[in-house]
Write a protein that binds this ligand. Structure first.
Ligand SMILES: *[C@@H]1O[C@H](CO)[C@@H](O)[C@H](O)[C@H]1NC(C)=O
Length: 645
């Protein structure tokens, strides 16, 4: 008879999979409260920066810079009295949003055709600039009632239509770049109650019409789409901007208005990668537990039996038994395994920062998974990351201090100071340098100076004191006692070859945690470089969990082999072994560059490489910390179980 096998791990796996499926299908809270409009009410249209986009025809990343909508050479029409900045959250600004008012006049429920905006005059230098941006495939980003203006696209696999935020600045037709100067704005609105309307969808169809005109009375005439605007780079050009507005009654309620936008291109690939890494994890965990349970038990029993034996027959079989007992294995290094590593300060600081990063990442993903970081809450993700990172300064300080104490560190002041400075300092330095490049290009992706100042203040006033307090508490606690005493004289380490050498062991072990996250990493990079919303937090959550387990398991395995080879330098080794997955992350960034990137300006390349290096160093600290703590626990556990006289 077939037995129904319901092991707890299966139940957990099944519920995790169920959990992943729901957020993958766009689970979120509507976020902001709905705004209702009466018929004829003005619905404001805000403009955001221009971003490089992946067009369907040419999915290449050609630039990493974004531009302010009112960047001079674009000559876009400004509202009377000049554009005004819309206030935004810190996270939103950090992630590049620059939202401003516009001259468009949209009235709820009232259709308009061919409304004139203004006339733009392009000097040859402006024409060169705009044509280059068209070649690079830039997108315009507008916001109407918090919804991004989108293009209607079809999923190439399922033919299912969906809204893709952003629409083209221009297109390449007959080998020449055409600038779009007319916009068909189609707004879906929902009637919540009588004469009480809400915006639930925005589509924009851009056109290039050379023969549009605005006459003396401000009346506009739209040209035909057969003759597009091509800016001549040798003489001045005049372009008339116009727009249409169409209001379409929709059955979509406000609460689900984001559903059309959150489209998952290829859910299969996420599932595939998830199952793939789950298999690796099951395999690894099985291997580690076999070693832990079987081999270790046997080792421990043998060691302890031999001890007894040696004691009982002391004097007779002394030499023989000693020879057997001292043959090989991890027990031999018991007098050295808790010897302080080289540079304990650096390791403690890294581990403290890693713990802080880990706490922040885990909580942010959990928050996102619960639907708190809905895409309608612009910048919520960035803001939450900053808040959590700041608050977890406490954890960083505490962990760093306790680790340092365990390693008998003595430069306490340095430890207190370096922990809150190290990683934020590195991040800030890279960030600042890259920003200089972006400023130099006159692009607007650069973070404003005031925002930088605010971030430094938050860090200095909240994060640093928290970290120092944490360090102080950790310092006050009794040191963690190692289970075995450390000998005076360090033991010779026999030379080991093969995969136990540092580089091969890193290359071998680092690939597995990377394997757990690389598909999600690809999507995250896509969303960073093409400024798309990332919302597959269900998958990310599972991948993150798998990554933790893989990193821990593979490092423990490596450290076990290392100790068996009588090499006791586990602290740094565990950190670098697990951290090596960062090398793979960097390599995958380079691969992404080769595959999806194609740009001529070297500044784009520098900025891209800079951010890739930043991402990789964060991954290094994060995974390294996971590996280190897993190994620490493991080493404490196995040496506690043997008897040493
Ligand atoms: C506005 O245009 C849309 C789309 O063409 C149409 O469905 C709708 O009936 C029009 N509304 C009015 C008031 O004419």
């Amino acid at each position: 008879m077939a037995r129904l096998d319901i092991s707890p791990s299966r139940v957990i796996l099944a519920s995790l999979l169920a959990l992943a499926a729901s957020p993958a299908l766009a689970f979120y809270f509507p976020g902001t409260a709905p705004t209702s409009y009466k018929e004829g009410d003005v619905v404001p249209l805000y403009v955001n920066r221009l971003t490089p986009a992946d067009s369907q025809y040419d999915p290449k990343l050609r630039s990493v810079f974004s531009f302010d909508y009112y960047h001079e050479p674009f000559k876009f029409c400004q509202p009377e009295g000049g554009p005004k900045e819309i206030r935004e959250s810190l996270g939103s600004i950090l992630f590049g949003d620059r939202i401003q008012t516009s001259p468009f006049e949209l009235r709820m429920g009232i259709n308009e055709t061919c409304k004139g905006l203004c006339v733009g005059r392009y000097e040859p230098s402006d024409a060169v600039f705009v044509n280059n941006r068209v070649y690079q495939g830039y997108d315009l980003n507008w916001l109407i009632d918090g919804l991004p203006a989108a293009q209607l696209l079809k999923d190439p696999n399922t033919e299912e239509p969906f809204y893709s935020p952003g629409f083209a600045l221009g297109q390449i037709g007959d080998d020449s770049p055409e600038l779009n100067n007319h916009y068909d704005i189609v707004i879906d609105y929902h009637e919540a109650s009588a004469n009480n309307y809400r915006v639930v969808g925005v589509l924009v169809d851009p056109y290039s019409l050379r023969d549009s005109k605005i006459d003396g009375n401000g009346k506009a005439q739209c040209g035909s789409a057969d003759s597009p605007v091509v800016l001549n780079e040798n003489e001045a050009n005049v372009v008339t901007f116009t727009y249409d507005v169409y209001w379409r009654l929709s059955a979509t309620p406000f609460a689900t208005r984001w559903d059309n936008y959150l489209h998952i291109y290829d859910p299969k690939i996420h599932w595939f990668s998830l199952v793939n890494s789950a298999v690796i994890v099951v395999f690894l965990v099985a291997m580690v537990s076999t070693i832990l349970v079987r081999t270790l038990k046997k080792d421990i029993a043998r060691y302890n039996r031999l001890d007894q034996f040696v004691l009982e027959d002391f004097g007779e079989n002394d030499e023989v038994e000693d020879g057997v007992a001292e043959d090989s294995g991890w027990k031999l290094v018991h007098g050295d395994v808790f010897r302080s590593p080289k540079n304990p300060l650096l390791l403690s600081v890294l581990v403290g920062n890693g713990a802080q990063l880990f706490a922040m990442t885990a909580l942010t993903i959990a928050f996102a998974l619960l639907g708190f970081l809905s895409p309608s809450n612009r910048g919520a993700l960035g803001t939450v990351i900053i808040i959590f990172y700041t608050l977890f300064g406490f954890v960083g300080g505490y962990v760093s201090a306790r680790t340092y104490k365990f390693f008998h560190g003595e430069s306490w002041k340095l430890c207190f100071i370096c922990t809150p400075v190290a990683l934020p300092g590195l991040v800030f330095a890279i960030f600042f340098l890259l920003n200089l490049f972006v400023w130099g290009r006159g692009a607007s992706g650069a973070v404003p100076f005031t925002t930088m100042l605010v971030i430094i203040l938050i860090w200095f006033i909240i994060s640093v004191p928290l970290s120092v307090t944490g360090s102080w508490l950790g310092f006050k606690q009794a040191a963690i006692e190692p289970p075995v005493r450390t000998n005076q004289i360090p033991r010779q380490i026999p030379p080991a070859g093969g995969y136990l050498r540092p580089l091969p062991s890193m290359a071998l072990a680092g690939v597995l945690p990377f394997g757990a996250i690389f598909v999600e990493l690809y999507f995250i990079m896509n969303s960073i470089w093409f400024s798309k919303v990332y919302y597959m937090f269900g998958f990310l959550f599972l991948c993150f969990g798998l990554m933790i387990i893989t990193a821990a398991a593979v490092t423990v395995l490596m450290i076990y082999f290392l100790l068996c080879a009588e090499n006791y330098h586990w602290p740094w080794r565990s950190f670098t072994t697990a951290g090596a997955s960062a090398g793979y992350v960097f390599a995958s960034c380079l691969l992404y560059w080769i595959k999806d990137g194609s740009w001529t300006s070297w500044t784009s390349g520098v900025v891209y490489l800079g951010y890739s290096a930043l991402l990789s160093s964060l991954v290094f600290v994060l995974t390294g910390t996971i590996g280190f703590f897993a190994s620490w626990l493991f080493v404490m556990k196995i040496y506690r179980s043997i008897k040493v006289d």
